[in-house]
Design a protein around this ligand. Structure first.
Ligand code: C2E
Ligand code: CA
Ligand code: CA
Length: 730
């Protein structure tokens, strides 16, 4: 670029008043201003006038700013371009920076000094680049020239020593004043020359490096070998990026330009190189990368990164038959806060909201801010059952809703906000190949429905899912009062030996709802578990079962084993052992007659803690069984370590004994495994004579199932106990 007295600035903008205001302002600063009212005209003027800097609007009819930017970049890559963008199109600005714009300004420009500052800065940087390049070229020429001179001098010893010395001195001065590092080495890696400027960005001094091996500076063998190989093949290499290891072990990113200089003999072959510290360039690149994928205010992923992850999630979900959910959150009446308390308070609130959302996140989920007060939560891998996944998404949404509704303390203001949340599940059960954008739109639509329905609510995109969610919510609400309203009851199902003699019973919960009738534990126990209601309910069941056990024994009715189901959340309570102990003490039930049924999943979850707890329960005298055995993933190794008494073969295997050879084989294996581990084994769900005979044949001796008795109310079970057998009516 020639250094013109008055730099020429081209402004491309379709709005005449903006061009006009730029021109009037910039002319005051002695800039020559050219104007173009559209991209095409801008490019023509650019080609003709070669301006020193371009100011370009991003949103223009016909040809938009990004296209103008691209064309100018092709023609004159070094011309500084500053893009001007409206606040609604920040994404375009980031994109423009990606495509090589030097800077961007947001419209309207209220403070013109920002404009002048950006222009001066860009022109200064442009000048430095040009200067630096000229200097670099000059340096390279110098190096070549000097090498030739040296070779000549060696060949022609008669040449004047004086001349050589002059050349040497000139070279020295360049060498010593370099900003970049000049480096010369032999092919075996010995450093034969290095400029003092190495001290400008490392802790090394020239003298300590001379005649050492370059491998100390560049520890990566792979980088070195690659570099040497390319130099041998191409003689010259530019902008080769590698890491330099400083004396204090920090790594400094560098860019290297090098050429291969062949000498008289193999011994004299050299690699001459210049080395530049590119830490700043790297940091700038990282910052831009960050801006392109993250929201600057909350540091959450932005829409772009979210959609990226969403696409990945959708394809994984399709491949493995998994379900995930997208929660779209919008804060209710956030604008009021912004308007009445000001943007700084609004921003602080958004940050706090982001923190709360992050807090509620599992590692595999993503929370993102789309802009304004809109947040999105991507929940992945919610399991392979769509209804259960929807239930999990609903629970999560409720948890978030409650968490966000808690008071905020921002700058001494106590603030309250509620979210409206829309939920969309993916992939959709219709099997449509919807994109990430589609899912996001569904969730957005659902969120608007939540707003329409009075805000501070959760709405599913699909009406069928909304109906299921309403049911779950209703059950959850009523479950809260089920205990105190005495709607929960215990039934007992006999456990028998081959002769049908009662050797024990399993306690099964029943919920008798005044309007809805009987609600299955298969429906309400998972809801109780998910909401934490299982803790009071489970405690009540255990206490009631113990009271009953004591009562039967006091009546002289000999029941030797009463099993109670324990759900994972109950078992994981830190004070679970103390609770069991307390209940046994209060009720006076005989601990050796009490059994607890645990499931495989909870036993595997935290093996050390589990075994400790199981041992403590054994010490109290209880019997422990593994419920639904075979459906989880217990390994023999775990089982061996656990103080167990009973395996319960899951009823799904028993049901298919007749038709499925695999299930028959599994049952066979479980029975022999139990024998091997010296455990009792009970088969659940025995409904037919055939099943009984099969099990008997394989060595199973204990049974539970409709063949003998359904779960029955207390009084009926008391009757059975009096008789001692379930088979009397046969
Ligand atoms: P589970 O522990 O596997 O209980 C056995 C289930 O199989 C019971 O269903 C029982 O009624 C049923 N059943 C028994 N024999 C037969 C049979 O021959 N054929 C068929 N088809 N079914 C049979 P229920 O009572 O509906 O309980 C379902 C599940 O709910 C239980 O499965 C258990 O996981 C849970 N549950 C029930 N009561 C409680 C409780 O008090 N606490 C906890 N934590 N969970 C409970
Ligand atoms: Ca059970
Ligand atoms: Ca079971």
């Amino acid at each position: 670029m020639d250094q013109r007295k008055h730099p020429v600035i081209l402004t491309i903008d379709d709005e005449e008043n903006i061009r006009e205001s730029f021109r009037l302002f910039l002319e005051d600063y002695d800039y020559n201003v050219l104007e173009a009212s559209n991209g095409q005209e801008g490019l023509e003027i650019f080609a003709r006038e070669q301006p020193d800097l371009v100011l370009c609007d991003l949103r223009m009819p016909e040809m938009d700013g990004l296209e103008v930017l691209e064309k100018i970049k092709q023609q004159a890559p070094d011309t500084p371009i500053i893009v001007i963008s409206g606040t609604g199109v920040i994404g375009d600005a980031v994109e423009a920076i990606h495509q090589g714009a030097w800077n961007y300004l947001l419209k309207p420009i209220q403070d013109m000094s920002v404009l002048i500052h950006a222009i001066n800065q860009a022109l200064e940087r442009s000048r430095l680049i040009v200067e630096n390049r000229a200097y670099q070229e000059h340096l390279e020429e110098e190096v070549t020239r000097r090498t030739e001179a040296l070779q000549k001098a060696i060949k022609d010893l008669n040449r004047s020593h004086l001349k050589l010395k002059e050349s040497e001195e000139k070279y020295r001065s360049i060498f010593e004043n370099l900003q970049d590092v000049y480096l010369e080495m032999r092919l075996d890696g010995e450093i034969t020359e290095i400029s003092p400027s190495i001290s400008s960005f490392t802790q090394y001094r020239r003298e300590s490096l001379l005649h050492t091996n370059v491998q100390n500076l560049f520890p990566s063998l792979q980088d070195r070998e690659h570099l040497f190989a390319r130099l041998k093949a191409e003689n010259k290499i530019s902008d080769y990026e590698l890491y330099l290891l400083d004396q204090d072990e920090t790594l400094i990113p560098c860019s290297l330009n090098a050429s291969f200089q062949s000498g008289e003999t193999f011994q004299d072959d050299r690699i001459c190189a210049t080395l530049r510290n590119i830490t700043e360039r790297k940091q700038a690149a990282a910052r831009i990368e960050y801006l392109a994928y993250y929201d600057a205010l909350t540091e959450l992923p932005n829409r772009r990164l979210l959609l990226d992850r969403l696409e990945q999630n959708i394809s994984r979900a399709r491949r493995y038959g998994l379900y995930g959910a997208m929660l779209f959150l919008d804060l209710d009446r956030f604008k009021n806060i912004n308007d009445s308390l000001g943007h700084p308070v609004g921003d602080a609130l958004l940050k706090e909201v982001a923190q709360r959302l992050l807090h509620d996140l599992r590692a595999e989920d993503t929370v993102s801010r789309l802009g304004g007060d809109e947040f999105v939560m991507l929940l992945s891998d919610l399991g392979t059952n769509e209804n259960e996944a929807a239930a999990a998404a609903q629970l999560k949404a409720e948890k978030i809703k409650n968490h966000l509704a808690k008071a905020y303390d921002i700058d001494g203001h106590e603030l309250h906000v509620t979210p409206s949340i829309g939920v969309a599940m993916f992939p959709s059960s219709q099997g449509e190949q919807e994109s990430g954008n589609d899912i996001l739109r569904y969730a957005d639509t659902a969120m608007y429905r939540a707003k329409d329905d009075g805000r501070d609510t959760i709405r599913f995109f699909l009406p069928s899912m909304q109906a299921a969610a309403d049911t779950r919510l209703a059950i959850e609400k009523e479950l809260r009062y089920a205990l105190e309203r005495r709607q929960i009851n215990l039934f007992f199902q006999p456990q028998v030996n081959s002769r049908g003699d009662i050797i024990g019973a399993e306690t099964l919960a029943r919920w008798e709802h005044p309007d809805k009738g009987f609600i299955s534990p298969a429906t309400f126990i998972p809801i109780a578990e998910a909401t934490g209601l299982i803790l009071p309910i489970g405690e009540w069941i255990l206490r009631t079962a113990c009271e009953q056990l004591k009562n039967w024994n006091d009546q002289g009715l000999d029941i030797t084993h009463l099993a109670v189901n324990v759900s994972p959340r109950q078992f994981r309570q830190p004070n679970f052992i103390a609770q069991v102990q307390g209940i046994l003490d209060e009720t006076g039930a005989d601990p050796t007659r009490l059994g607890l049924e645990l499931t495989e999943g909870m036993v595997i979850d935290n093996i050390v803690d589990t075994i400790e707890k199981m041992q403590a329960l054994k010490k109290l005298g209880l019997e422990l069984s593994i419920d639904d055995f075979g459906t989880g993933y217990s390994s023999l190794a775990y089982l061996k370590k656990m103080p167990l008494d009973i395996l319960k073969i899951d009823q799904s295997f028993v049901r298919d004994i007749e038709t499925d050879v695999n299930d028959a084989a599994i049952v066979d294996t479980i029975i022999s495994m139990a024998k091997h581990l010296d455990l009792k084994v009970i088969a659940e769900g025995v409904e037919t004579r055939f099943e009984l005979d099969f099990l008997e044949n394989k060595g199973c001796r204990l049974y539970q199932g409709y063949l003998f008795s359904r779960p029955i109310p207390k009084d009926q079970f008391t009757e059975l106990l009096r008789r001692g057998t379930t088979l009397s009516q046969d």
